[in-house]
Write a protein that binds this ligand. Structure first.
Ligand SMILES: Cc1cc2nc3c(=O)[nH]c(=O)nc-3n(C[C@H](O)[C@H](O)[C@H](O)COP(=O)(O)OP(=O)(O)OC[C@H]3O[C@@H](n4cnc5c(N)ncnc54)[C@H](O)[C@@H]3O)c2cc1C
Length: 357
């Protein structure tokens, strides 16, 4: 008998599985051929402590030390630059306050990113407190912890049936029996709950697309900060000598293997292009991922009040990696009853109980 059967081999499932593996036998099952195939393999991999609603920021801060130093650390300095157009003074001020950034002159901004167009980019600010996360190593290290603690991580196990008869019986390619079920199915979290006879919580998957373009004007982009347009209308991030550009859309959709919308991508690239001097000559590749949100936009964690042997780790939205160390710890604490270190109001804002009548 498995103590904790985790459904979903993305960052939510692997991190929760790793934490729970200190308390019992864990098996993580993933439908696809590879771990991190869906949202977790398609992220921008940024850690910015102040990005997200208050309970997300609390998780970011609580997990920062882990990301900085566990297993040699997962963060490398990137920096984040906010850029506002001439018609965006108020939006720029709002973002500046939310993200707690330092305003700089356009000339200072251009010394970091020489392609910024001084005719269109009117406002700039910088935060040095933004980092690239080594997301692949983070996923693999959590999987390694599970295995090291005697657990298992299995791919090609798509769950098709869940029933309860004293304990959980879960049918995938194999059949599993478990005392506790952890729902970390990302965009599919409500579908998995429905299979288990647990009421959905209203998870909405929202598509976000990404294009990889060659280094603009042949510049060395390695040390450029990530750039974000005021109002999050686009962002651009250096990646292995190229630039990733996203239209930053949040289109509500159904759970599926997401792909970029050409029109949305083109419009987003145009918004980015408006702020720079180098045109986009070519899109080398593009993709999209689903950022899945609970109705109030923050994570849904812990045992379901209707059946505490059904545990949620869902609604990671656009914050799944930066929140993972603290969110997974909270899931484990709430599941096994170990002391919780986060502020009680923050825990109340994250527990799945808040979404129940
Ligand atoms: C474009 C983009 C940029 C992003 N940028 C950032 C960023 O900079 N920083 C950050 O922290 N976050 C970012 N995110 C968010 C982050 O990627 C997600 O929050 C996170 O990956 C969600 O992880 P997850 O494990 O919940 O979901 P997923 O990675 O989707 O994993 C869920 C898994 O469950 C599996 N599953 C579903 N149903 C079943 C079933 N019936 N049986 C078995 N398995 C099942 C799926 O196959 C899937 O692999 C970004 C996301 C996108 C799309």
């Amino acid at each position: 008998m498995i103590d904790f059967l985790v459904i979903g081999g993305g960052i939510a499932g692997l991190s929760a599985g790793a934490r729970l593996s200190a308390h019992g036998r864990v098996t993580v099952i993933e439908a696809e051929d590879a771990l991190g195939y869906h949202a977790s393999g398609r992220s921008a991999a940024l850690f910015e402590e102040n990005y997200g609603p208050p309970s997300v920021v609390a998780l970011n801060k609580a997990g920062a030390a882990y990301l900085r130093s566990a297993n040699g650390g997962y963060l490398t300095p990137r920096g984040l630059m906010l850029i506002g157009g001439r018609d965006q003074p108020q939006q720029f001020q709002d973002d500046l306050a939310t993200l707690n950034m330092q305003p700089i002159s356009i000339e200072q901004a251009r010394s970091r990113v020489p392609i910024l167009n001084p005719d269109t980019a009117a406002f700039a600010a910088i935060s040095e407190n933004a980092f690239d996360i080594d997301t692949d190593r983070l996923l693999q290290d959590f999987a390694r912890t599970i295995r090291a603690n005697g657990g298992a991580v299995m791919t090609r196990q798509k769950v098709t049936e869940i029933r309860k008869s004293g304990h959980w019986i879960v049918k995938a390619s194999d059949e599993f029996e478990a005392r506790t079920l952890v729902n970390a199915a990302g965009a599919w979290a409500d579908e998995v709950a429905a299979m288990a006879g647990i009421a959905p919580i209203g998870i909405v998957p929202r598509r976000r697309s990404m294009a990889r373009i060659p280094a603009p004007g042949g510049h060395d982009v390695t040390a450029w900060p990530m750039m974000i347009g005021a109002g999050e209308r686009w962002y651009a991030k250096p990646d292995a000598g190229k630039l990733l550009v996203s239209p930053s859309e949040a289109e509500a959709t159904t759970p599926h293997d997401a792909y970029a919308d050409d029109m949305v991508l083109a419009e987003g690239l145009a918004r980015y292009e408006e702020m720079v001097t180098e045109p986009v000559t070519r899109v080398e590749t593009n993709w999209a991922g689903l950022r899945s949100f609970a109705p109030d936009g923050t994570l849904a964690l812990g045992p379901d009040p209707a059946d505490p042997t059904f545990v949620w780790s869902a609604g990671q939205g656009g914050y799944g990696f930066q929140t993972a160390p603290a969110a997974s710890q909270l899931v484990a604490d709430l599941t096994v009853g170990t002391p919780v270190s986060l502020d009680p109001d923050c825990v109340a804002a994250l527990r799945v109980n808040r979404l129940r009548p």
